[in-house]
Design a protein around this ligand. Structure first.
Ligand code: AMP
Ligand code: ZN
Length: 132
């Protein structure tokens, strides 16, 4: 399989690496939304969150938290978004699971958002009946 993030995560292609352990590599995004925008890549391939093993899924949020704390301290950012896209419609462009860490700064103009809708009683009941 020809997966660029597999090659980066496993060191076959060099990258600006912020952190590495036996399961993950954290790299700087080549097209950053903000200063410090980084990606957490598992070393074992999974296309997306659905395919990510539970052990990796639980470890990835602990790593995200530790990286976020480091960014807060060293970049002095005012906030931080965790973004994780699954499927083309959701904005996924590289089909190897990754989590974005996007430091946020006052006035940075970065857009991570949606237009808020309104939860109707009908849809709420429908969702409660199928998702619980
Ligand atoms: P997504 O749209 O969630 O799939 O995010 C893919 C991200 O990977 C984008 O933010 C790209 O800028 C980034 N990206 C793609 N190729 C590379 C690469 N070779 N090194 C670093 N970041 C990359
Ligand atoms: Zn891969």
């Amino acid at each position: 399989m020809d997966c660029i993030f597999c090659k980066i995560a496993n060191g076959e292609i060099s990258s600006a690496t912020l952190y590495e352990d036996e399961d993950f590599r954290v790299i700087l995004d080549l097209n950053p939304a903000s200063k410090g925008h980084a990606l957490i890549l598992p070393k074992n391939h999974a296309d997306n969150l659905y395919a990510l093993p539970e052990e990796a899924a639980s470890k990835v949020l602990v790593l995200a938290k530790n990286m976020a704390l480091k960014m807060k301290k060293t970049l002095n950012c005012d906030g931080l978004n965790l973004v994780q896209n699954n499927g083309e419609i959701a904005g996924q462009t590289v089909f190897h699971f990754h989590m974005h860490l996007i430091p946020r700064y006052e006035g940075d103009n970065v857009k991570v958002g949606w237009k808020p809708g309104k939860l109707t009683d009908e849809v709420k009941e429908e969702l409660l009946s199928i998702l619980t």
